[in-house]
Design a protein around this ligand. Structure first.
Ligand code: PHE
Length: 434
């Protein structure tokens, strides 16, 4: 079986795919809305601290584990110790649950592309977004369409698409973001947005915010779901994974910061509420576009590029369950893709309806969409990352494979992997979920 495993054509393809996985809706959609719900600048400070200190460690562990074992998540965990198989399964399960809300947002993007193409004139975007997400048929169709596209690309083999999306579309996306930032900064009261983003109010620190920052850091870097492990397992011979990890972290953080600087000045200028939740970007951006000459064209360009970013991340999310299905159940990729399509659709449809007819159905006071978003990022991903560090540090003894040239760095990494990161993860989970 292992001879049939896919592999990246070059080191660059791998880096592009990994950056493509990281940069997605997590940066442009989720980051501003979670930051808006958690006090702005103070959240940013904690988030950046976590990214710059601890996230590197589980990221490297995932990539290395994939690269050395060269198996899907479940088989990789199982090969270290058969008892870890169940923990391994938690990765594709998390992937399926993330897909079930991520692809809904992908569907919203498709709707906004169409809106821009039709040049529909709307005055109250908050009301529009509320009404749109309450509908049943269009939202479900768009969710399924987005899901279908991800599954389609994954079934066809993703290398070419990912390469194109990342080589051409992502730099273009960064250029559009910078253009929009410049525009956003010239809006009246833009400075209030910058203050909100960069002037921390330390009185707003609380346990939930710390866990939310951890959840966002893991989500945006694609850590704790097996995506990096699976992508790592397709690496042939890249000796310098450390450099790849830095590249992923740098590009991802850059995109998140650009998104924030684009969104927050506009939020304050248009008198919107930063803490308004998952619709934040979908309400704020149309306001920006409505102020720009030929804004509908800019809007179409923006949402098409966001769509591309979302697709490359979506592909990496479903690649995890697909790799496990193909390798464990010995079925073809196409068959695995079809089965997965049905499973995700079965969860994603009720989740899509959780803004409309299933609004009354709440888990822990949250609708299904918010619950899945919360449970995967703030619970499952930190847990998966914790198990990963423990398994990689204590059982795989990954240290032997890492940084052999630099003994000091290797020691530091080992201590981080075995003690520091697990302790931080357990503490944040404990205080955040109490
Ligand atoms: N990191 C992706 C984003 O920011 C989402 C993702 C999560 C991808 C987990 C893979 C695994 O959009």
């Amino acid at each position: 079986m292992s001879d049939n495993r896919p592999s990246w054509t070059s080191r660059l393809t791998f880096i592009l795919a990994a950056v493509g996985s990281a940069v997605g809706l997590g940066n442009i959609w989720r980051f501003p809305y979670i930051m808006g719900q958690n006090g702005g600048a103070i959240f940013l400070l904690v988030y950046l601290t976590l990214i710059l200190t601890i996230c590197f460690i589980p990221m490297m562990a995932e990539l290395y584990m994939g690269k050395f074992i060269k198996k899907d998540c479940v088989s990789a965990y199982e090969s270290i110790n058969p008892k870890f198989k169940l923990l391994g399964y938690l990765n594709p399960i998390t992937g399926v649950l993330i897909s079930s809300f991520y692809f809904i947002v992908g569907g919203w993007i498709i709707n906004y592309v169409i809106l821009g193409l039709k040049n529909t004139q709307i005055t109250d975007f908050a009301a529009y977004f509320g009404t749109f997400t309450q509908t049943s048929v269009p939202t479900c169709i768009f969710t399924l369409l987005f899901l279908f596209m991800c599954v389609f690309f994954t079934a066809r083999g993703v290398k070419k698409g990912i390469e194109f999306a990342n080589n051409i579309l992502m730099p273009l996306f960064a250029v559009i973001l910078v253009g929009l930032i410049i525009f956003s900064l010239t809006l009246p009261n833009a400075h209030l947005g910058l203050e909100y983003m960069f002037k921390p109010d330390f009185s707003k620190i609380n346990a939930h915010m710390l866990l939310a920052a951890l959840g966002q850091a893991l989500f945006t870097l694609s850590i704790g779901m097996g995506a990096l492990l699976t992508y790592g397992s397709y690496i042939k011979n890249d000796k310098n994974i450390t450099k790849s990890a830095y590249t992923i972290i740098f590009s991802d953080t850059l995109f998140a910061l650009l998104a924030g600087i684009m969104i927050f000045p506009a939020i304050f200028s248009f008198g919107l509420e930063p803490s308004s939740g998952a619709g934040l970007v979908f309400v704020t951006l149309p306001y920006i576009f409505s102020q720009i000459p030929h804004g509908n064209i800019v809007s179409v360009a923006f949402f098409v590029l966001l769509f591309a970013a979302a697709i490359t991340s979506g592909i990496s999310i479903i690649e995890v369950p697909i790799a496990s299905m193909v390798e464990r159940f010995k079925i073809t990729r196409t068959k695995a893709c079809s089965i997965l399509f049905c499973i995700i659709a079965a969860i994603a449809i009720p989740t899509t309806l959780s803004f409309g007819i299933l609004d009354g159905f709440k888990i822990l006071g949250k609708n299904l969409f918010d619950f899945l978003d919360f449970a995967t990022s703030n619970l499952l991903m930190p847990l998966n990352a914790l198990f990963l560090c423990i398994i990689a540090g204590w059982f795989l003894k990954i240290r032997g494979h890492l940084f052999l040239q630099n003994k000091f760095f290797a020691k530091l990494f080992d201590i981080g992997l075995k003690y520091i990161v697990p302790i931080i993860l357990i503490s944040l989970l404990y205080i955040g979920l109490r």
